[in-house]
Write a protein that binds this ligand. Structure first.
Ligand SMILES: [Zn+2]
Length: 155
């Protein structure tokens, strides 16, 4: 997954997190309509405010979203949230991220500096204040096993 974020550099990559309950078991990469639609010149001018803003834009291709969603259902899982990368920016949500966020999902942001993965943080939007709050998470070795153990299948 981090390699996926690195390979997309300097563009943002995005996709969905699939799993059950609180456990993410899979990452499914989705097409980024903004990056696919890029005008080369817009990204070449780094350091320029406008190109920085462009770099924090992603738009999940609805077709890949639907594909991921049906894949998740077929496997008894569901979409838990959305991930995207921040090339050369910290793993903190931007104003753009906040505007497009939905309270039903968790957002994980991968920070990629000069093409190398640096860190990841998870954010959820508060339904009342509509501000992002950071969530703690832990990495489990075998999420599917972990899920069975904790009996997370029942709400
Ligand atoms: Zn962002």
């Amino acid at each position: 997954m981090t390699r996926d974020a690195e390979s997309g550099y300097p563009y943002e990559v995005c996709g969905v997190m699939v799993g059950k309950g609180d456990t993410v078991t899979h990452f499914r990469k989705c097409a980024n309509l903004v990056a696919d639609d890029k005008s080369e010149t817009a990204f070449k001018k780094t350091g320029d405010i406008d190109s920085n803003r462009l770099k924090d834009r992603y738009e999940l291709d609805p077709r890949s979203y639907i594909e991921a969603d049906s894949w998740a259902r077929e496997n008894g899982l569901e979409i838990l949230g959305i991930y995207h990368s921040h090339p050369d920016h910290p793993s903190v949500p931007s104003e753009t991220d906040r505007q497009v966020a939905s309270p039903e999902w968790a957002y994980i942001i991968f920070s990629v500096n000069r093409g190398e993965f640096s860190d990841a943080r998870i954010w959820c939007i508060d339904e009342q204040s509509f501000q992002f709050e950071e969530r703690k998470f832990e990495i489990v070795k075998d999420p599917l096993e972990e899920m069975k153990k904790s009996g997370a299948t029942q709400p």
